[in-house]
Design a protein around this ligand. Structure first.
Ligand SMILES: Nc1ncnc2c1ncn2[C@@H]1O[C@H](COP(=O)(O)OP(=O)(O)OP(=O)(O)O)[C@@H](O)[C@H]1O
Ligand SMILES: [Mg+2]
Length: 250
């Protein structure tokens, strides 16, 4: 297994946001994480990416215990993510945002040590340009903050991919995308998985989940209430019940 969560938990005061969740995610697949609003999906991935500390339980990545590592250490080990609310350097250009994402991978030599973040070389710039092209971002020198919302979401994915991750976590990447953009995102995820990337996809767009995920886990009130293939999840009475009254029916 590439990623294993062993009974991980997180409380916020009286709220058990993530409650003893077990996960085992094999490499080379899209793993879906769904559940009603407030179910604990974002909190769970914040624990995995090191943006929050677990109260209990353990996380292993590629066989190593990574439970207490900081986000930048996890990035260096190959975990990258996007955020539910886009987090870009809005005052930097599109290209610069991707180069920032690349800096964990920049080679360090004597000259580079003079620079706190490393100087992007020609190879870094070429790789960044390739990523922008792949994500359909055609204006590398535009300010990130001036991009349309769908483009900002794609830029976030480009930045995450720039660190050359093995695990990519996407927190509602299709929110605010039109059907054509969402279809392109589906194709991108399939292509990335074919290149051996593993993806954790949090998404309310049921169609996108059904079309891309090999397995899906369902959270409700912090607990994992179901896991299976997309078809099994759609047929599950427990899952239906969890969504009852919620807008987005799985
Ligand atoms: N920093 C925080 N402080 C206090 N409570 C929080 C915090 N973050 C999340 N929560 C609470 O934890 C629970 C899980 O929230 P979380 O954001 O993980 O849900 P989610 O499944 O991602 O929901 P959504 O689909 O709306 O994004 C909710 O009750 C939420 O209010
Ligand atoms: Mg969320």
């Amino acid at each position: 297994m590439l990623l294993e969560c062993d009974r991980i938990s997180k409380r916020f005061g009286g709220v058990h946001a993530v409650a003893e969740v077990d996960l085992a995610i094999a490499a080379g697949q899209v793993f879906g994480l769904i559940g009603p609003n407030g179910a604990g999906k974002t909190t769970l991935v914040n624990l995995i990416s090191g943006h929050l500390r677990v109260d209990g339980g353990a996380i292993r990545f590629d066989g190593a215990d990574v439970t207490r590592l900081a986000p930048h250490e996890l990035t260096a080990r190959g975990i990258a993510r996007t955020f539910q609310g886009v987090r870009l350097f809005k005052g930097l250009s599109v290209l610069e945002n991707v180069l920032v994402g690349r800096h964990v991978r920049m080679r360090s030599d004597a000259l580079r040590r003079l620079w706190p973040r490393g100087v992007p070389d020609r190879l870094d710039r070429e790789r960044a340009a390739q990523l922008l092209e792949r994500l359909g971002l055609t204006r590398p020198h535009a300010l990130a903050g001036g991009l349309a919302y769908g483009d900002q979401r794609r830029l976030e994915i480009a930045r995450a991919l720039a660190s050359e991750p093995r695990l990519l976590i996407l927190d509602e990447p299709a929110a605010g995308m039109n059907p054509a953009e969402s279809a392109r995102l589906r194709d991108l995820m399939r292509a990335l998985v074919a290149e051996d990337l593993t993806i954790v996809l949090i998404e309310h767009d049921v169609r996108l989940v059904m079309d891309t995920c090999e397995r899906v886990a369902v959270l409700n009130f912090g607990r994992k209430i179901a896991e299976g293939t997309p078809a099994e999840i759609q047929a599950s009475a427990t899952v239906r019940e969890a969504y009852l009254g919620a807008e987005d029916v799985a």
